[in-house]
Write a protein that binds this ligand. Structure first.
Ligand code: FES
Length: 112
């Protein structure tokens, strides 16, 4: 199978610091997802990248929800493309905890 290369711009930072984008080139085979690429980045390039997921490609837990090219999407079901840069951000309208992880719990369910 032929490997392609995805170009990812990944938003980084915390609520206390200005955000920035880090760029990663990720090899992938047809059918690979954004979550596959983010796990690859953590394994091979930057273990400090924060992301959230649970069920991996089952589309059940909804933990991997992020913004892909400005649209809310599941990282585990969004396919990688090789013909353009993909921009990944935390969920819009939610407080960022770190990198691609947003606070999604209702306030009454958070520990003080
Ligand atoms: S990892 Fe569970 S829905 Fe994406």
């Amino acid at each position: 199978m032929t490997l392609k290369t995805a170009q990812l711009k990944v938003s980084r930072g915390t609520a206390e610091e200005p955000s920035r984008y880090d760029e990663f080139c990720v090899p992938f085979e047809a059918g690979a997802t954004v979550l596959d690429a983010l796990i690859w980045v953590r394994t091979h390039r930057d273990p400090s990248l924060a992301l959230r997921y649970s069920c991996i490609n089952a589309n059940v837990c909804k933990e991997c929800t992020i913004a892909v090219d400005g649209k809310v999407a599941y990282a585990c079901t969004t396919r990688l493309v090789a013909d353009r840069v993909m921009v990944l951000d935390p969920l819009p309208g939610k407080p960022r905890l770190r990198d691609l992880v947003s606070e999604t719990r209702p306030p009454r369910e958070r520990l003080p």
